[in-house]
Ligand binder design. Structure first.
Ligand SMILES: Nc1ncnc2c1ncn2[C@@H]1O[C@H](COP(=O)(O)OP(=O)(O)O)[C@@H](O)[C@H]1O
Ligand SMILES: [Mg+2]
Length: 326
């Protein structure tokens, strides 16, 4: 936990947009038929040492936000400031040194990797890419990192299939941390794990954060997980951030009707909180509703909600909501 008062943010995401073109049946030859507005004008800041949770239903644009910030996919619009530079304006070469500082951990980090490559080689690869150490030193650093994440040096020589899901997540973290990053974007890192294993991995993430002074953007659809790990939370719906607050404030008084519905679905929320069941499905981001994107499912929708996009307002210190009710 840290206090962020008036400190400069470590990462400053401003008006981020990512639209995916949708082509006809002939692919690009068929022409562009529309755009999936996966991320639509999202702004938030990460402060050194904190964990910022990004939560929302599947399809709300969380992963695309993470990937676009890291330029794993190019943005449609917006700016991301890191070290006073807009990283969207950096050349490929300039981007390489920034990329070392900004790492990503995925749900199943080894699913896409060659099953015949020893785990140690996978973990040390980023050191080679960033020319950070040579052969022997690389191996030493991997041994050290394996021990840090609760694994053993001899695991260096094993293959991905020899590890459980929880162990693989430890190894994925080792690969991300080997280059000494400043910020780690964790995209559903525990969502595929059993609950008991989830807390082990979350505890490891917290321990690494303190030890290595890391800042996390933690992406998840899981309310309990996001509550457990985050200092601050942003709630996403259909490509937009609808509410943002410190964790306690958000859970004590969720303001946006979407946040209220999302939280009401979590068991054990107390007797006086009735479950709010939203009507209908989350609309397609290909054709998002006008005005407030939530108005088609909102129990409190008014005429203005169909027309005007609500501005974000600060309702109590650091508690922001974008909703016409306020
Ligand atoms: N490469 C892509 N091409 C087209 N649409 C995409 C692509 N990646 C994601 N989308 C769409 O963008 C929206 C947001 O997806 P995503 O960021 O994965 O959401 P989340 O991580 O919150 O589940 C979804 O409607 C998804 O189908
Ligand atoms: Mg996702």
């Amino acid at each position: 936990m840290i206090l962020q008062n008036n400190k400069e943010p470590l990462l400053d995401v401003q008006h981020l947009k990512k639209y995916f073109p949708v082509t006809g049946s002939l692919g690009r030859l068929g022409g562009i038929k529309g755009q999936v507005k996966a991320v639509n004008d999202v702004s938030f800041q990460l402060f050194a040492g904190e964990t910022y949770g990004l939560v929302g239903e599947s399809g709300s644009g969380k992963s695309t936000t993470g990937r676009t910030v890291l330029r794993l996919t190019e943005s449609t619009d917006g700016k991301v400031f890191y070290n006073k530079q807009n990283i969207f304006e950096l050349s490929k070469r300039e981007m390489r040194s920034v990329r070392k500082d900004l790492q990503m951990v995925f749900q199943d980090p080894f699913s896409s990797l060659n099953p015949r490559i020893r785990i140690g080689h996978t973990i040390e690869e980023p050191l080679a890419i960033h020319s950070l150490a040579d052969g022997n030193e690389r191996r030493e650093r991997v041994f050290e990192m394996l021990n840090k994440v609760g694994m053993q040096s001899e695991h260096y020589y094993r293959y991905p299939h020899e590890f459980s899901g929880g162990q693989r997540q430890r190894l994925g973290l080792a690969r991300a941390l080997i280059v000494n990053p400043k910020i780690v974007i964790c995209d559903e890192p525990v969502s595929a794990l059993d609950v008991s294993i989830q807390s082990q991995v979350i505890n490891l993430l917290k321990q690494m954060q303190t030890e290595l002074n890391l800042t996390y953007l933690f992406i998840t659809h899981d309310i309990s997980v996001v509550r457990h790990i985050s200092d601050r939370i942003g709630v996403m719906y259909l490509g937009r951030l609808v509410e943002e607050a410190q964790t306690d404030s958000l859970f004590q008084s969720p303001l946006h009707p979407y946040t209220q519905a999302l939280f009401s679905a979590v068991p054990g929320r107390g007797k006086n909180r009735e479950r709010i069941v939203l009507k209908g499905e989350i609309p397609s981001p290909l054709n998002p509703p006008t005005g407030c994107v939530f108005h088609t499912r909102c129990p409190h929708a008014m005429e203005i909600c169909k027309v005007n996009i609500p501005e974000k307002r600060e309702m109590s210190p650091k508690h922001y909501v974008a909703c016409h009710l306020y």
